[in-house]
Design a protein around this ligand. Structure first.
Ligand code: SF4
Length: 294
């Protein structure tokens, strides 16, 4: 279990890593106890000097207070990306329960949001998400990786199973939320078999997902050696193949392109969109104005 550290933040809403007008990130927790083998957090600067990205979790205890002030003084609308940096429904949320209050605030100010999680703890807040989705744009898009459960457990030791995440989306279909399936990251040799792709895309189609996206594993900085250490332990016969394929942060172009071609061919055959852009535009345009948050 991770060590929890309570901290105070200067502001709740932050500029996205790629700044974009009218968009903000809301990250109640720094660090992520889910500890996925491929996680990019290992390649980023730690939340505090010497902190471990997965064993030290920092809880922004004043995030509600800050968010309320920021929303109260805003003069327009911003789309808030919740949990886009670290999982907002990670185990610490069981203890700190920041999300219900954050969602109540978003509901009070009718703030559109996107949310990405690997945890079914989100269903605890089903009623709030349902209510917000009836007021404004809400997008829920969990990632899914491995179809094989034992592989998924090794890759994502503390996250909900792929089946549970797909079931969660099925339940959310009763809300007005836009639903996405992120097949990401795709792990070469391990999760990119055609039958797995067929399974996931058919599941997305069956639950009437609004869009589906897929991204192949990218390994930045220290995240690369951490992942290779995991491969050497769990699949030693593949270590050399991975090192050859990942001479840089991304997989070799020919391998990626062949995967994306298979993905888009099947996606189009099933009539699945690959981006929620049109839905976002349609739902937000009439009321979206720029605000000064940063
Ligand atoms: S859930 Fe996301 S942020 Fe958390 S460890 Fe996994 S990949 Fe990293």
């Amino acid at each position: 279990m991770a060590v929890y550290h309570e901290i105070v933040c200067e502001q709740a809403l932050e500029q996205p890593r790629i700044p974009h007008d009218g968009q903000a990130e809301l990250t109640p927790y720094l660090g992520c106890e889910h500890g996925c083998a491929y996680c990019y957090l290992a390649g980023l600067r730690p939340a505090q000097p010497g902190a471990d990205a997965f064993d030290d979790v920092f809880i922004k205890t004043n995030v509600l207070e800050k968010l309320e002030k920021e929303l109260a003084r805003s003069t327009g609308q911003v789309i808030v990306h919740v949990g886009s940096l670290t999982d907002c429904y990670q185990p610490a949320e069981q203890t700190y329960a920041l999300m219900p209050e954050l969602l109540r605030l978003l509901l009070r100010y009718r703030v559109p949001m996107t949310l990405c999680t690997q945890s079914t703890l989100l269903l605890r807040d089903y009623d709030l998400i349902d209510a917000l989705s009836r007021e404004t744009y809400v997008e829920i898009a969990p990632s899914v990786t491995a179809v094989d459960e034992s592989l998924q457990r090794k890759l994502e030791p503390h996250s909900a199973s792929t089946t549970a995440r797909l079931d969660m989306l099925r339940m959310l279909r009763q809300t007005h939320a836009v639903l996405g399936v992120q097949i990401a990251p795709v792990i070469p040799y391990l999760t990119d078999a055609q039958e797995d792709l067929v399974f996931l895309l058919h599941a997305a189609h069956a639950l009437e997902a609004d869009y589906v996206q897929s991204t192949m594993l990218y390994l930045r900085g220290a995240a690369k050696e951490r992942f290779f250490t995991w491969v050497a332990r769990e699949y030693p016969q593949l270590e050399e193949d991975f090192r050859r394929l990942y001479k840089t942060g991304g997989a070799e172009r020919h391998y990626k392109n062949a995967y994306y071609e298979r993905f888009h061919t099947l996606r189009k055959q099933l009539g699945l969109a690959d981006h929620p852009r049109k839905l976002q535009r349609a739902m937000l345009q009439p009321e979206t104005t720029q605000i000064t948050l940063f």
